[in-house]
Design a protein. Structure first.
Length: 77
């Protein structure tokens, strides 16, 4: 990510993802009782994976290009 701190207050990181990359939340999942994982995606295909603790602090775990949404992918028949 361009000049972005990898950890900080969730609201600040989310604002920067929106402003700099036009990314918005697409998916969320519970990691455990103390953290959630979110995937932010832009229409251009950039993506960021963000982990957030119950304290409101978040860390960017990974980011990249070429995101493709395919809906729910289940086991093949």
């Amino acid at each position: 990510m361009d000049q972005m701190n990898t950890c900080g207050a969730r609201n600040e990181i989310v604002q920067k993802l929106s402003a700099q990359f036009k990314e918005a939340p697409q998916s969320v999942g519970v990691v455990d009782q103390s953290a959630v994982l979110e995937v932010f995606v832009s229409d251009a295909g950039t993506w960021t994976i963000l982990a957030t603790g119950t304290d409101g602090n978040s860390c960017i775990l990974s980011a990249g290009d070429g995101w493709q949404s395919r809906g729910n992918i289940g086991p093949s028949a």
